[in-house]
Design a protein around this ligand. Sequence first.
Ligand SMILES: [Zn+2]
Ligand SMILES: [Zn+2]
Length: 412
Amino acid sequence: MIMDCEQYTGKCVCGREHTLETRKVVVAEKAIDHFEEYMQELGLTGRRTVVYDEITWKLTEGKHVKADQNIVLDPNGLRAEDILIEKMMKDLDSPEVIVAVGAGTIMDFGRYPAYKLGIPFVAIPTLASSDGFTANICSAIMNGQKKSTPMCAPVLVVADLDIISGAPKRLIASGINDILAKYTSLADWRMSHLVDGEYYCPMVADLAEHALKLMRDAADKYAATGIADHEAMTMAQMESGLTMQLLDHSRAASGAEHLMAHLVEMKPPRFEKAEGIHGECVGVGTFACIREYHKLAGMKPKARPFVPLTRDWVVEKFGERLADGIMKENENDVLGTFDPQNIVDRWDEIKAMLDALPSVEEMEKLYSDCGCKYLPEHIGIDPALADEMLDISAAIRNRLTLIRMKRVLDFE
Ligand SMILES: [Zn+2]
Ligand SMILES: [Zn+2]
């Protein structure tokens, strides 16, 4: 599959003018054999530095692309952190384009310098278990803190299926989880648009929906046969990443379910033993949300006035260490920006969205047949916290989701 990204740019029905730094995404067998043609086509002809680590250097043996300079990093202790990336930048031999060959960490070793130097960046993913490749976000540790920093996206992505198909089962499952999360992330976005008038783009929502369909079909096939359709799975990740570039935020790809991944990273009291890669934590969040959303669909809400989160509650759930950050995030709580009665008035439409989600049984079977993590105990969370974990994680980000809306609703 080759995706020409121009079709998504320009004036849109949503009223915005969308732009993309990514111009072409190639997902195909032996894609690397045509690498020079793609570079030529996009005018990426200048001095080229190619960044690998020793593992991806070995993995791509015999397929190394042409370079004016190769940098092969020692994978021991390698992490995406500003000081380490800046150290590598001292060795750069005045590149005019940077190519990164690897997964998340190596991508940031390409993305960050390219951004700082104002030159284009090209990605050759060796794994496709997340949607970060085509996003314009750098997840490196900055000033000692792990966070997502807006940065450039690759101009060109060349995913060679001969390389990617070597992915271990755990990463395949995690990749499936990250895309199936769109069931709830899209529902959250649409509900928020409905009750709070939050900006919504039908074109981007369609693209996210398409990524979800690609992955769902591939997951069904994988569940039934054990054969992974890497082409479809990889393209689903690429499309999901593009939605973040098109919106300049992750709204289409990340709702209440994604906050579970943040919760696991933050490790508040009682969650100290939680552990899992991104997609696994997201899978647990998605399954819990689907269960909760179906439950709520069967009830009738009544509006109650908005009350800000209290410091006592935040300290109880997050501990003193994290309390200040959580309080700050909720300073301008989105729940206080609209009349909760809107939710009640639009409940029939919301209920229809919730009813359209796959059933709990369907998801449970799919997850388990694909070897996905989806229960709290799969990622080291005490099942006794299952009822609370969504309400706690909803406080991590001031973004409107149905889980957050529960704070202004009584259900009967
Ligand atoms: Zn739009
Ligand atoms: Zn994700």
